[in-house]
Design a protein around this ligand. Sequence first.
Ligand code: ADP
Ligand code: ASP
Ligand code: MG
Length: 814
Amino acid sequence: MIVSKFGGTSVGSAENIKKVIHIVQKKSQKTAVVVSALGGITNLLIKASDLALKNNESYQEIVDQIEQRHFSTIEGLLHHDNQTVCKAEVAKRLNNLKEVLHGVALLNDLSNKTSARIIGLGELLSSFIIYHAMLQEKLNVKLIDSRDIIKTNDHYLNAQVHFTETYDLISKSLSSKDNNIFLLPGFIASNKNGETTTLGRGGSDFTAAIVANAISASTLEIWTDVSGMYTANPQLVKQAYPIEEISFQEAMELSHFGAKVLYPPTIQPVLDKRIPILIKNTLAPEDKGTLITEKSLVTGSIVKGISHIEDIALLTLEGNGMVGVPGISKRLFGALAENQINVKFITQASSEHSICIAIDISESELAKRAVDDEFEYEIIQHKINPLIIEDELAIIALVGDNMKSHQGISGKMFSELGTNNVNIRAIAQGSTEKNISAVIRKKDVKKALNTLHAAFFEDQIKQINLFVVGIGNVGSKLLDQILSQYSYLLEKLHLQLRVVAIANSRKMLFRAEGIDLNVWQEQLDSQGVVSDMKTFMTEMNALNLRNSVFVDNTANHKVPGFYAECLSSSVAVVACNKIACSSNYDNYRQLKYLSRKYKAPFLFETNVGAGLPVIDTLNNLIASGDRITEIQAVLSGSLNFIFNHFDAEHSFYEVVKQAGIEGYTEPDPRIDLSGVDVMRKILILMRESGMPCELEDIKNDSFLPKASLEAGSVADFMETLKSGAGHFEALRKEAEELNCRLKYLASFKNGSAKVGLQHIPKDHPFYNLDGKDNIVLFYTDRYKDQPLIIKGAGAGAAVTASGIFGDIIRTGNK
Ligand code: ADP
Ligand code: ASP
Ligand code: MG
């Protein structure tokens, strides 16, 4: 014989009940079918009683709603004649419910006894309707009232079963040879006086397990709305998948820590008789489901599943008076047990100075009263502090029988959580080492689950979530590159790049599931909201996604002001914006410090030489123990472009204008022409070489005439280039006469740096530097005579975007 239990969703509608009947019909052996209330009905019954207790008349509407649900199920299932009989019975019972609720409202009193009677009604109604539907399908079925065969104590809402008596009653009742299907309502039972008791929320699973034990069933089937016990709650972790086989112990741990698919007490009765449990999906019966047996499948992941419980409160009892005093824990747990408070998690510091306990948040006030009462004397004496309660917490647990024989699981768990800025309040490892659990903030649950799931079950794919600010020239090229490389990265590097937000100075767009990069422009235009960096940050923090990267493609002064906040929340920062790294040294150092502290990469390769690997090369030299002694460089693609095109035919003004049009200058060309841009770059190289220096420490011999230096706006500045044509022409001629070219150089030697325009003779390596190219010569202890040279395109949107792209990939390899 087997036992099949169908949960709330499985019997939630006429359509689903038909599926249930179809499944039962196909059974070749005798079957005990246990059913829950129609999905959501138990909650409605609880709501109606709460309202009645508050003397709120709208409980009547809830009862009407309950009636409606059952009527429409009856209409969808039964032939017309049967409908009338069934509806009359449902109406009768619900009228009776209204009377009971009326009494509750009048007396302003709701005992557990009455409550159990009310909330147990759902299963009575569902089993009654399903019984008639089965009869109609000619199933040889007998309806049994579980209250006649499951006997409990008087804890009406969470009753303890009297097993011996119960098993006896069940086996007698189900021994009838006349029927091959026995239908029973789950969840309800009765005490010795025959009054209705209930087995706790989710208790229909327990009913089924009790029946399975009593009749020594060959299998206990739990039919629900998902295809088994998943590696994590499938509603929160998209990548979760059903676990094929799992041990009783593992299933117990997972359900204890919140995998609601199985009610934890369910395991015990079947474990006693080693009856396998099979979790199946009523909506997809062909799916394999999860088989729970004595042995766990040894292949596959060491960690079997991750579960979590939300709405947790952490209680901390501490005080000097606890150290070395025996019996404190006993009294603490005694006080909680007396009030039937369920303890989900315990840690005790080895100093015995404090004990931490996690419980359901709804019980925290009761716990506080109970514990403070228990230790009243010690609290007055200041030996123990009043109980501290923290809420808005959750427990997350890794479960697996074989975890104990593998080192490093907890290390990996905590480092993954730490890297993603999930703060851990308390840790416990079960003495059997079948679980490692941690108390975290409730708001971090989704991120923590997904992070751990990725780390333990999807080790191949890493998702990176991008928040992109600046989608002009460079930014839009970056989005193009991300789109075109998406499949390559996924396949070859196992990285999934997802752009979650984009913003320019006018609009911003957020999509938690990722923006479709084929249509980002249209979506930003039609669905974007007014751009504002503060709101951008708030939204980003609220999404709280793992492996988040903030990408700054702007030249804006304000955006870098948000880097510290990003890094402190473990959000990596990738910037082509040079402001942060060339601002005052303390700010630069602080950002580097935050990056290390929160393990959030801060990468800005494109600050020098656009896409050229200048900073990365420098970092590698330093990391391998080398020392920079001298740098010679042409670091301005814009100035190189300008001086390469400035000749007898083209005036200086015309060339600068052209460079702007082609996107080779900063939005404000003064930044390039004044040398500030180059100063920033050499400053960044010096800082990355380990020198704490400021922009003022760099000498700048400007080639601009005084009027240009003093121009108040870009337009005025451009005018001075026109009016100063003679000055520029003289510079050009002088170089020409010396057979030299003009190059804007940055150099660093003997601890100091300077930038300025120089005459470069024909035999110099910089002489033939074309177009907008950059070149950097690093002289180091190892590269003494022949410098290490990096040369190539040093400006332009596409190469800059590819440099940013490279940094983004690097954050994924951290
Ligand atoms: P039923 O009404 O059939 O008893 P429940 O709602 O009690 O169903 O349990 C099934 C639900 O449990 C799933 O829909 C899913 O949301 C939730 N759940 C939580 N954790 C897990 C998990 N690890 N595997 C499967 N389901 C889970
Ligand atoms: N109907 C009850 C509940 O919702 C029991 C169950 O469905 O398992 O808690
Ligand atoms: Mg359930």
